[in-house]
Design a protein around this ligand. Structure first.
Ligand code: ZN
Length: 377
């Protein structure tokens, strides 16, 4: 998601990731506890239905955070080009390897009310997944016997991995399940693992490749090498796309080798935060297990869904600290005194209106009839 600054260096690298060119290297981690590695649910005959998630931070050719932010239209337009090029390369490979249908779902959410992936440019053999109301892409669409494999394109490393725009769900959040910090790619794999569907392909930067040593059966294509959270060394884009096509095809041909991964239940979950997020407002609340440093809350959930929901609620608390940076911006402006007074007046008005019974809370927007929803936007 949202970071800063960029560099532009084009270099050709060899891929070094799980399931890709160096299949002989052993995974750095084994599933002794915390997760269960399983066998996918049996398929119906020859059908091979694939759901492709896409994010927008791990794209080939991309080295500027503004390309994944709708608030920078001229750069965002470029980001959409990178996105559809990566997705189409993967779709092409999936069909070449034997996929019988490919659906695409937007896992990014740039703020654009239209989908980040331009439908007019998508390979016509693939279909964008939509619903009549907003939905949470990682959990609400997970049902048995709808897909046989999951792929994920343009993904990013987790908070603390020093990848390009590395984060988990949003800025400054680090999600833990059963003693391990996890990426969003793993979260998607855990979620679909519940209904016996394996994740088989992921693309993103080299730091995400390192994060995903946990799933050695996944075909991974390195799109670029992160040199900081806001700078990268790019790979040759044509080479990346050729590799995407080859690895996506191979993921289909070798579908029998894929594994499911699920988190053992009950789940020991935790949210750890770094700036600009904060959990310090929860200090001193009886029943809340906050670390002495005030940067982590631990809880036990009965299953993956409860852990996921609880983590998202805690994220909602932790992100309340983001406006601290907005206040820094305001304080640096010549009209900061006026803005501070207007903010204060709005707060007082709201207080008086609520206290006097004059305040009618806004009604949450109902789904708009006829509108297509591409996710939680
Ligand atoms: Zn994203």
């Amino acid at each position: 998601m949202r970071t800063s600054a960029f560099a532009f260096v084009v270099t050709l690298f060899a891929c070094s990731a799980p399931g890709a060119s160096n299949e002989t290297s052993a995974p750095a981690w084994t599933a002794e506890n915390g997760v269960t590695i399983g066998t996918p649910r049996a398929r119906n005959g020859d059908t091979l239905r694939v759901l492709v998630y896409h994010d927008m931070e791990g794209l080939a050719g991309q080295d500027d955070y503004r390309t994944f932010n709708y608030s920078h239209p001229e750069f965002y337009a470029k980001g959409r080009q990178y996105l559809v090029a990566d997705v189409n390369a993967v779709v092409d490979g999936l069909f070449a390897g034997g996929a019988t249908s490919v659906d695409i779902v937007d896992g990014h959410g740039s703020g654009n009310p239209a989908p980040d992936l331009d439908p007019a440019l998508l390979d016509p053999r693939a279909k964008q997944l939509t619903r009549d109301s907003s939905f949470r892409q990682y959990t609400d669409i997970v049902t048995a016997n709808t897909y046989d494999a999951i792929a994920a394109v343009g993904m990013h490393a987790k908070t603390g991995s020093k990848g390009f725009a590395s984060h988990t769900v949003t800025l400054g959040m680090d999600l833990w399940m059963n003693g391990r910090s996890i990426t969003e790619s793993e979260m998607v794999a855990y979620s679909w693992g519940r209904v016996g569907v394996p994740m088989v392909f992921v693309s993103g930067d080299d730091k995400l490749a390192a994060d995903l040593q946990t799933m050695p059966w996944v075909r991974f294509v390195v799109t670029k090498h992160a040199t900081s959270a806001s700078t990268v060394t790019l790979r040759n884009v044509d080479s990346v796309h050729a590799e995407m096509k080859a690895q996506a095809a191979e993921a289909m041909r070798k579908i029998a080798d894929a594994k499911t991964i699920t988190v053992k239940e009950p789940v020991q979950a935790a949210l750890r935060v770094v700036l600009p997020a904060s959990l310090r407002p929860l200090r001193g609340v009886p029943g809340v297990t906050l670390s002495p440093e005030g940067d982590r809350v631990d809880f036990t959930a009965k299953d993956f869904q409860e852990a996921y929901d609880g983590l998202n609620s805690l994220i909602g608390v932790a992100r309340l600290a983001y406006p601290a940076t907005q206040n820094e911006v305001i304080r640096a402006r010549p009209d900061s005194t006026l803005i501070a007074r207007l903010q204060r007046e709005r707060l007082m008005e709201r207080w008086f209106d609520v206290e006097s019974g004059r305040w009618t809370p806004p009604v949450p927007a109902a789904p708009v009839a006829g509108r297509k929803y591409y996710g939680a936007q």
